[in-house]
Design a protein around this ligand. Structure first.
Ligand SMILES: C[S@@+](CC[C@H](N)C(=O)[O-])C[C@H]1O[C@@H](n2cnc3c(N)ncnc32)[C@H](O)[C@@H]1O
Length: 269
């Protein structure tokens, strides 16, 4: 099993699940993140009465976009962390066409060819055995149905503003600890083809949030804590790293950026 806490979040500590709910909500509410995910959602052209599913739905904002942006009649979010599922239900209780369930992307229990759209939004880089997720997506999609994959390219994540900036090892260690396969995005087109999908559209985005991005602060904070967990630094230095991030925010000198890739593919037929 991977050390990536996202890979088995349902069995992670309550503290870890709570922390990642908070980080994923901060990311879901980030205006630049909303822009990137709505870009690919808006390109989809779904049939009337379409049903969509997000595998690895986290706090559910992307599942919500399946209805509100892609125009599906209903959407289901499947997610192994019960705490994430409860957070998603609470966040989206106002939209009755959304359902959230605890489950596994590799074995959804959904019928063959029952979905018009399957969304994998920052799931695959965290998943040991991404081929199994793609095989399940292929099975549940109707012929002609759409698959979307959106992931960050982990080697591109940076918060450094100069040579020897201590944020560099902080970010590197976060990726080591929180990403199962840091090179996956670069192999995704080949994986999709091997799973029987046809790629229709591919795009790249540079996520360059505002200098006071709450989501990027969670990256620095969690990265500092991974160095403490590894016994590399003590808690006083981790607190100093967190303070430095906030100092840069106050001075408007905080910088962070990540490259993301979106792919729209179809099941032939
Ligand atoms: C980085 S989060 C993204 C959440 C959501 N897609 C979003 O962008 O807001 C990855 C999510 O995938 C879930 N996940 C990991 N392995 C999974 C699996 N085998 N089946 C379903 N979900 C999984 C994790 O629990 C986590 O909530």
């Amino acid at each position: 099993m991977s050390n990536d806490p996202y890979a088995d979040l349902g069995n992670a500590s309550q503290e870890m699940q709570d922390r990642l709910v908070e980080a994923m909500i901060a990311r879901a509410e980030d205006p630049k993140q909303i822009e990137m995910r709505r870009d690919y959602m808006a390109r989809l052209s779904l049939p009337e009465g379409a049903r969509g599913v997000e595998l690895g739905s986290g706090p559910g904002d992307v599942t919500r976009d399946i209805v509100e942006v892609a125009g599906a009649a209903e959407a289901l979010g499947i997610e192994p962390s019960p705490i994430m599922v409860e957070a998603a239900k609470a966040r989206h209780a106002d939209l009755k066409t959304l359902t959230f369930e605890v489950g596994d992307a590799k074995q959804t229990g959904l019928d063959d060819e029952s979905m018009d759209l399957v969304v994998l939004h920052t799931l695959l880089i965290h998943c040991p055995g991404p081929e199994e997720v793609l095989a399940e997506a292929f099975r549940i999609l109707r012929p002609g149905g759409c698959l979307t994959v959106f992931d960050e390219d982990p080697p591109s994540v940076t918060a450094a503003v100069g040579d020897h900036d201590p944020f560099r090892p902080v970010v590197d260690n976060l990726i080591r600890a929180y990403v199962h396969d840091r090179w996956l995005v670069r192999r995704t087109p080949a994986l999709l083809a091997a799973s029987g999908f046809e790629i229709q559209h591919r795009d790249g985005f540079l996520y360059l949030p505002a200098t006071d991005s709450p989501y990027f602060l969670t990256i620095i904070d969690r990265g500092a804590d991974t160095l403490v967990d590894d016994g590399v630094i003590g808690t006083a230095l981790a607190a100093g790293i967190r303070d430095e991030a906030r100092r840069r925010v106050s001075a408007q000198s905080f910088f962070g950026s990540i490259a993301f890739v979106s792919i729209i593919a179809t099941k032939p037929g």
